[in-house]
Design a protein around this ligand. Sequence first.
Ligand code: NAD
Length: 399
Amino acid sequence: PPLKIVVCGGGNGAHVFSTLAATRANTDVSVLTIFEDEAERWTKSMKDGVMVSFTAASNQVKSRPSLVTKDPAAVIPRADVIAVVVPSYAHAPVLQAILPFCRPNTFIVGLPAHAGFDFQFTHIFGSKAKECTLAVFETLPWACRIIEYGAHAQVLGTKERVGAALLQGENSNVPFDCIATLQQLIGDKPKLKMVQNSLVVNLMAKTMIHPPIMYGKWRNWDGKPVKQKPLFYQGMDDAQADLLTRVSDEVLLISQTVKDKCNKIVLDISPITHIQDWIKEYYGDQVKDGSSLKLSFQTNQAYNGLVHPLKDAEDGGYVPDFSYRYVREDVPFGLVVLKGIAEIVDVSTPAMDTVISWAQEKLGAEYIVGAELKGRDLSQTRAPQVFGIQTVDQLMLSN
Ligand code: NAD
């Protein structure tokens, strides 16, 4: 029988992944979107199928999920693979919606996971987590966007490689090869690079890039609309490069300290690289001048034309959009998780603290007080402490 795949989500990534997966041999793909009236809109709109076009290769594929529904009971009980493809602030409602219908030996995928997905999944699924196998992805394989809802999505870029880890529940015995299946569903590119542990995926994710850049650009903003759209990565100045370097130094120090203090396993932290090395390794020849971090960002052709997240101002011009994922996701589901891990291993993080303190104010939240994670809204984040994780050994969920 065909492998039954349920894609949970109704946004950009869900359009692309469900369409690609449905083109593979021997698959039956359905889409579950619990959000607003998306299931109805998608069903109405797709008619003969959903198209995914690849701008770089100027080609396209078309296929059709067998069902798009908002009812978990209609699809989850027979799912072999459940891919959760929504922004991290939607992970909890999606996991809660599917939990009652999820059968043992289901393979669940956080595509992408964002930091702390493993902690949250284990917490929400409770004893059922032991019966499932989880895969967490460091990022989405594609840069993509919907062109016409339920009908057409565009892939602007495909990553060469993407890091992922498996977290196998102790009673879980998925009856197929999880990694080979994932690779088949995604296609030849990106190549899955399996890492040892979901904690490593949390520490290697490069969502730590965006908040320092936002902070550097807007911390002294006077509140007046700007006339032009400022470049995001290529607009990097010395202060932003310096802050990003220090945040990256802190991530490496946290990682090394976790490794040193870990009694359970020899943690392989080699996939966690400094931003300075990562940008060269990741973008290769597209970086025209790699002599400094600032110049690597400024001259990376892959960043051509990418601007800051902005909203139109009422009387013309633009104002920064602090509700965009670079802050809304990458702080509570990114930096704050790293900060939480840092507290567990007693590493101080002044650079991260500076960014978190600024960002939380923009989000109207409080995660950190001084240098301590004890703000009133901490429970809205995925810091490990929120899930009762207090020790290095507890961080190693998969072992
Ligand atoms: P998206 O913005 O298209 O997702 C929005 C969708 O999420 C909605 O359409 C809805 O289906 C769902 N959703 C939102 N709020 C919800 C709620 N409260 N309850 C249930 N469902 C809800 O997201 P995307 O572009 O597909 O990205 C998915 C993830 O991948 C994000 O974490 C994003 O940061 C990351 N990512 C995206 C890209 C990209 O190019 N799109 C690139 C890199 C990383």
